[in-house]
Design a protein around this ligand. Structure first.
Ligand SMILES: [Zn+2]
Length: 229
């Protein structure tokens, strides 16, 4: 065992994992044939079964703003701002009574900007759908930049714009503060963390890292990528 493995084991022992933040993207009836699209898609039936399985195991489903400190818990999140967060995820979550977060890339609203991983179709949520989604008590809207870049490849001022402008646009649209943020591609640098802290974002999530452990530092929360087989 090398030193860093030992250090990690000690850290993990002192900071037990408390819960999981699930990262999802699309909820669709019919999954795509293309692997790069298919891995972003789950069917409502499959997701329902997974949630029920976790409920049976004693997990609590919590909103991102109130992650429990103890016990077994899950926060469900959907990235990007697809229409199906409104048409498919919302009805399912309402039926199961499960809170969830939708992180919206503001450029995708009303398909102002294409989602380049879906070159032939337009799946961006509309302003009207976003307003309806936001009015649902179970749903939290978070920001996910303006144009979905890898933030760690941008200089500080460009990063600042991507993060703050997406929060501001959503605040203007929804008429309430935006407090939660998801890092596109999970990517970030030291600057990113400073900016998020400066903007007083309550939580920031990345795309990997497994289960959530207790910590004192302001850092992105890890998530678990939920992929339907
Ligand atoms: Zn994304």
């Amino acid at each position: 065992m090398n030193n860093s493995t030992l250090e990690r084991q000690i850290f993990n022992f002192a900071h037990p994992a408390t819960g999981e933040i699930w990262m999802l993207h699309r909820v669709v009836e019919q999954r795509s044939e293309k692997p790069e699209q298919r891995e972003l898609e789950v069917t409502p039936d499959w997701l329902e079964e997974k949630i029920l399985e976790y409920k049976k195991k004693g997990y609590t489903f919590a909103p991102i703003s109130r992650m429990p400190k103890i016990g077994k818990w899950v926060c469900i999140t959907f990235d990007d701002g697809y229409r199906d967060s409104f048409t498919h995820a919302l009805p399912l979550m309402k039926r199961l009574g499960v809170p969830f977060t939708v992180y919206v890339t503001t450029g995708f609203i009303d398909n102002q900007m294409p989602m380049w991983w879906y070159p032939d179709e337009e799946f961006g949520i509309s302003t009207q759908e976003l307003l309806l989604l936001d009015s649902e008590p179970l749903c939290t809207i978070g920001a996910h930049t303006v144009s979905h870049p890898k933030l760690d490849t941008l200089d500080r001022s460009k990063q600042y714009h991507e993060i703050s402008a997406s929060c501001q646009q959503l605040e203007e649209l929804l008429h309430h503060p935006l407090e939660h943020f998801s890092l596109p591609h999970g990517a970030y640098s030291g600057d990113t963390i400073e900016i998020c802290q400066e903007l007083e974002l309550q939580t920031v999530v990345t795309s990997w890292g497994g289960r959530v452990r207790q910590r004192k530092k302001y850092l992105p929360y890890p998530r678990i990528n939920i992929v339907q087989p």
